[in-house]
Design a protein around this ligand. Structure first.
Ligand code: MRU
Length: 384
């Protein structure tokens, strides 16, 4: 058991992260089951803010404006958003039309992570199996809960499989510190528990393997510097934040043993869309023979596409993320400051594509596999 951050405390003996003296998941239903609480990630690492989402519109804003983010958590939030939409649907003239419209709006919030549309489609499919509206609402709640529990279990299994890679490196290094580099936040905060890229890290730490994490700051929103660092700090795992462009230098100097990142969408051939900058890390890893792994739930595989560069729509976000940076000011308030000439043009591509040929392996809940069509096809219908 991890000493500082995770403990078995809730439903189904699952782990939750300890923040301060309380245990949390990244998303949970309120007691009356009429709303959903989330951790508003815009304020981390400086403030731990809980936000209550009561309406479909609240969910749309929370996903679009990144109060919640990360592929898995976006999917689970979308699922609960559909449940809340079903409660609203009871007051509408046509329940099914209202739900279908809500689904479209939720799906339109962010294009890259496949879990979002996967979760909305699954919710609609299950809800529409029922004939009576009251039953549709019950089905919506049960399905959202199932999606949430599945996300936790998948992340846990990714840790189980991925930790073997870290163990192997530790053995080869005769127990010396294993240096893992990660980009963005594919952690506890990006899912419901454990995370994907962080899950093998948490599992390794739990086993007593000496580990240290290089955390890419991940401009423009700094998910690495603010979120991954916060998680690791909270768990007592040694880490060092680096600027995004430092990874190549570290790899050239033997300071990285393994790269593990997450993904928002993976093609049926193993190309990966992940936070912008991932591709450059994969290139540097290839050039320096550093193993480059991508951790993913199979729910983030888009089986309909085979060419990541041509077929994945890359989200482009607003220019304020590039022009401004926010942080804790000396007066204790969170402030945004302009870091560019005020009238600069900007381009803000949120993700990039890492081609399968640069990826050493995919760490899934079904095992570690090669990033290619054959290996992916093999696990497609495997039950665990
Ligand atoms: O834009 P975000 O923060 O939602 O980006 C998604 C991510 O967190 C990353 O791309 C991550 O590495 C994969 S999703 C768990």
């Amino acid at each position: 058991m991890l000493k500082n951050c995770f403990e078995v405390v809730t439903l189904n003996n699952l782990l939750t992260m300890k923040v301060g003296d309380k245990y949390y998941r990244t998303i949970w239903l309120t007691e009356d089951e009429k709303a959903v609480n989330i951790i508003d990630q815009r304020f981390l690492p400086h403030k731990f803010v809980i936000e209550k989402l009561r309406t479909t519109e609240d969910f749309i804003v929370a996903i679009r404006d990144m109060h919640v983010r990360g592929a898995g958590l976006i999917g689970v939030t979308a699922a609960y958003g559909m449940y809340i939409a079903s409660l609203e649907g009871m007051q509408m003239k046509d329940f099914n039309d209202y739900l279908t419209e809500a689904g479209k709006k939720i799906k339109a919030t962010r294009p890259t992570a496949v879990n979002l549309s996967w979760a909305v489609d699954k919710m609609l499919e299950e809800i529409f199996k029922e004939k009576i509206n009251e039953n549709k609402v019950k089905k919506a709640l049960n399905t959202a809960n199932e999606i949430m529990l599945e996300d936790i279990e998948i992340s846990r299994k990714i840790g189980e499989h991925g930790v073997k890679l870290i163990e192997e490196i530790s053995r080869k290094k005769s127990g010396e510190v294993v240096n893992v580099l990660t980009h963005c936040n594919a952690g506890w905060l990006a899912f419901v528990d454990y995370g994907t890229a962080t899950s093998p890290i948490y599992a390794a730490f739990e086993k007593g393997i000496k580990i240290h994490v290089w955390v890419d700051e991940t401009r423009p929103r700094n998910q690495g510097a603010s979120l991954t660092a916060w998680e690791l700090e909270n768990c007592g795992i040694p880490y060092t934040i680096i600027v995004d462009n430092a990874g190549g230098h570290l790899m050239q100097n033997g300071m990285v043993d393994i790269v593990i990142v997450g993904t928002d969408r993976t093609t049926s051939t193993g190309d990966v869309a992940n936070k912008t900058g991932t591709y450059l890390k994969a290139l540097a890893a290839k050039d320096n023979n550093v193993p480059f792994y991508v951790a993913l739930p199979t729910t983030s595989i888009d089986w309909n596409i085979s060419d990541g560069i041509r077929e994945i729509i890359i989200e482009q976000r607003g220019d304020e993320e590039v022009k401004y940076i926010s942080g804790l000011a000396e007066d204790g308030t969170i402030k945004k400051v302009l870091i560019t000439p005020a009238n600069s043009n900007t381009a803000n591509y949120g993700f990039d594509i890492t081609p399968a040929r640069l990826i050493t392996g995919l760490i899934t809940e079904k095992g570690v596999i090669q990033a290619n069509k054959e290996s992916l096809e093999k696990i497609r219908n495997q039950t665990n």
